[in-house]
Structure formats: structure tokens, C-alpha cells
Design a protein around this ligand. Structure first.
Ligand SMILES: *Cc1c(COP(=O)(O)O)cnc(C)c1O
Length: 369
């Protein structure tokens, strides 16, 4: 941490976003400002474009949006829904997407499963078979419940329903697990930078399929700030439609350097390891996990604290406080499962060594709750 600025009284973040940001990233974020229409910015964006494409396994251009993820989540609806959208809902963020569809004036239908369950391909298939829909929204890793839905199985439906736009939020999974955009055949893949990328909040990255770009071009009320056509036209010139958060682009360049120095496979393996370590801590201490077995997230662990039958329960607020006093912030559960679950993130730069002190703090806290 940069002495005097960042480490004074700082509580290390193990909440599922924002997550801890490294000193190297912060230094990059603080690079001197440049003009966003100048060659310096174009060179910067052009330099990271191939890395972004490699990270998303795509030949499409990857766009940078100065907004949190919700900007792109809302924008995708405005660009791509003309008939009716199927909102696949399994937790707070995916449930909210249905609400946002309605607020955008779109015809929308809920495919709701209980929190803790994944979205299943057969349920989507049954809905799409009605022929009513021209788009669907799916959250790959539902951060509120710690559930990862089977993206490959769901994306395989695209072949059966080529005219339906598959809009996928990978906010808390992109860069931590492989998501092969072109191979999956999905239409939009988006993420905010404050989750697995471990950058400060305030920027999102996303890619669109050629079919999505073609469909957006026909959409009348797609607006300006999140217009996919503007993003595509500008990205072709290594620019963004409006003035981006240039600090974020520097930080992203620094992070991509880290990602490719480590190697994608090693990065994915590291997330699996630190996640396993968290699950092991939970089971060692008598806790159950909240997600349906077999559908647990790899980037965060949602621990049951009474939400599931059996298993240990503790006073979560007290646990949080005891852990915070030792310098770590964990999450006390989201929305309607606040308190009956709690969440621990292993996203971003965490290693087994960097997570060890958190578990030591949790163990010591458990003796007092
Ligand atoms: C955090 C999160 C969001 C919302 O991101 P904002 O940065 O607040 O816009 C959306 N989807 C998922 C899965 C998330 O984890």
C-alpha cells in the first residue's frame, strides 16, 4: 500500500465487491491525465485491446464503458429488446434486472427460481419455445447467493433460438473463470471492474456479437450513452463514445499486464484454490453453504447461517465486527438473506497466503461469538 494514504486504518476488503485494490493498480490509476481523443489514449486502448480480446476469448472488439455494470445491463436492454425479454432470476441482481426491464418500458417476463438455485437450461428452453422472446438476461455468477449457473449449457440453446439475444452478466466471474465469448455464441458479455478485476469501481467492459451489433442498429430508442453502435464505431478507432475514466484505463492496462504475467490458467487455478480454501474453512467450522450443491460460485462463498437446515449459526453482525477489529471486512448477507447467510470473497489478487490471515481472524472471532 502507498504509505500514509492507503494503509492508515484501512480494513482489507473480503466483501464480494469492491475488492481489495493493489498498490500497483492504484499507482497506474493515478497516472497523469491525457486527452481522450489524442494519440496517447488511442495507443493505450489499442495496446490493451488484444489482451481484452484474449481474456474474453473473442475476435470482437471489447468496449470500455465509464459506468458501473448496471449502465451496460440497462443499455443492453435498450439496444436489444424489441419484443419481450426473459429475465432469468435467481438472486438480488438478476431479480433487479427484471425491474430494470420494466423501468425501461420493455415487455418482460420473469423466470424465477428460489434463491440458492441455479438457472437451468431446460427452464429457459421451455420459455423460449413459446416464441414470445427476442432477448434474455442471465447472470452467470449471482453474487448475492454465491450461485454459478451452467453457462455453457444455457448458451447451447442459442443454436436452437438464433434470433434471441443472450445478454450475460459476468460481473463477478469475468477473468476469474474462463468464459469463451465467441465459442459460447452469446450476444453480450459484460462485467464491472470492481469485482474479479480488482480495480476501483466505476468502469465496465463488454463485448457484443455481430448479431447484437446488427440488431442494435435497428433499435430506435437506444439512447446515446450506452449505444452499442457508438461503442463499436469508436472502438474501431481505439476510442470511447464519450470521455472515459482515463485513470481506469491505465489501471486496466496495469491489471492486464498482471493477468498475462501470471497466465490465464494460473489465474483460474488460483481462484479455484482460494475458493476451496474458503469452503474448507466453512465446513471445518460446521457451516453449510447456501447454494444448491454443485452450483457454488468459484469467486465468493455464500455461507449458510440458518438459511439452510442444519449447520452452525452465529451472530453475523458480531462476527463481522470481531473480524473487522482485526482488519478484515466480510459481508453479512444480501437482501432477504442478510444475517441468515454471510459472504466471503476470494476475487481478484488473493492467494492462499494472502487469505490465510483472514481465516486466522475468523477462527479467533468464532471463539467469541
Ligand atoms: C455487483 C454486481 C452488479 C452491479 O454492479 P454495479 O457495479 O453496482 O453496477 C451486477 N451484477 C452482479 C452479478 C454483480 O455482482
Amino acid at each position: 500500500m502507498i504509505p500514509g494514504i492507503f494503509n492508515m486504518g484501512h480494513v482489507k476488503l473480503h466483501i464480494p465487491g469492491p475488492v481489495e485494490v493493489s498498490e500497483k493498480t492504484f499507482r497506474a490509476f493515478c497516472s497523469p491525465m491525457i486527452g481522450h481523443r489524442g494519440q496517447g489514449f488511442k495507443d493505450l486502448y489499442a495496446r490493451i485491446q488484444p489482451q481484452l480480446q484474449q481474456l474474453l476469448y473473442t475476435k470482437q472488439l471489447v468496449y470500455i464503458s465509464t459506468s458501473s455494470a448496471w449502465g451496460v445491463m440497462e443499455g443492453a436492454l435498450r439496444n436489444l429488446v424489441s419484443k419481450k425479454v426473459l429475465n432469468c432470476m435467481c438472486g438480488a441482481f438478476s431479480d433487479k434486472w427484471f425491474d430494470v426491464s420494466q423501468r425501461c418500458g420493455k415487455a418482460a417476463e420473469a423466470l424465477q427460481v428460489p434463491w440458492g438455485s441455479p438457472i437451468r437450461a431446460e427452464d429457459i428452453d421451455r420459455k423460449l419455445a413459446t416464441g414470445q422472446f427476442d432477448a434474455l438476461t442471465l447472470i452467470h455468477n449471482e453474487t448475492s447467493t454465491g450461485v454459478m449457473s451452467p453457462l455453457a449449457e444455457i448458451a447451447a440453446l442459442k443454436q436452437k433460438y438464433p434470433d434471441v439475444m443472450f445478454i450475460v452478466d459476468s460481473v463477478s466471474s469475468m477473468s476469474a473463470v474462463p468464459i469463451k465469448f465467441d465459442e459460447l455464441g452469446i450476444d453480450v458479455l459484460l462485467a464491472g471492474t470492481q469485482k474479479a478485476f480488482a480495480l476501483p469501481p466505476g468502469t465496465a467492459v463488454f463485448a457484443c456479437s455481430p448479431a447484437a451489433i446488427a440488431k442494435a442498429a435497428q433499435a430506435k430508442d437506444r439512447g446515446y450513452y450506452f449505444d452499442i453502435i457508438e461503442f463499436q464505431k469508436n472502438a474501431e478507432q481505439s476510442m470511447t463514445p464519450s470521455t472515459p475514466s482515463i485513470g481506469h484505463v491505465y489501471a486496466l492496462a496495469s491489471k492486464l499486464e498482471d493477468i498475462f504475467d501470471e497466465g490465464l490458467e494460473a489465474r483460474f487455478a488460483r481462484h479455484r484454490q482460494t475458493n476451496q480454501m474458503t469452503r474448507d474453512w466453512a465446513s471445518r467450522n460446521g457451516f453449510n453453504l447456501f447454494p444448491e450443491p454443485g452450483h457454488e460460485s468459484i469467486t465468493l462463498t455464500c455461507v449458510s447461517n440458518g438459511a439452510r437446515p442444519g449447520g452452525r449459526t452465529v451472530d453475523v453482525a458480531k462476527l463481522q465486527k470481531l473480524v473487522k477489529d482485526q482488519g478484515f471486512l466480510i459481508d453479512g448477507g444480501y437482501g432477504k438473506i442478510k444475517g441468515t447467510t454471510f459472504r466471503i470473497s476470494n476475487m481478484g489478487d488473493e492467494t492462499e497466503a494472502s487469505m490465510q490471515p483472514l481465516f486466522a481472524a475468523l477462527d479467533s472471532a468464532l471463539k467469541q461469538v
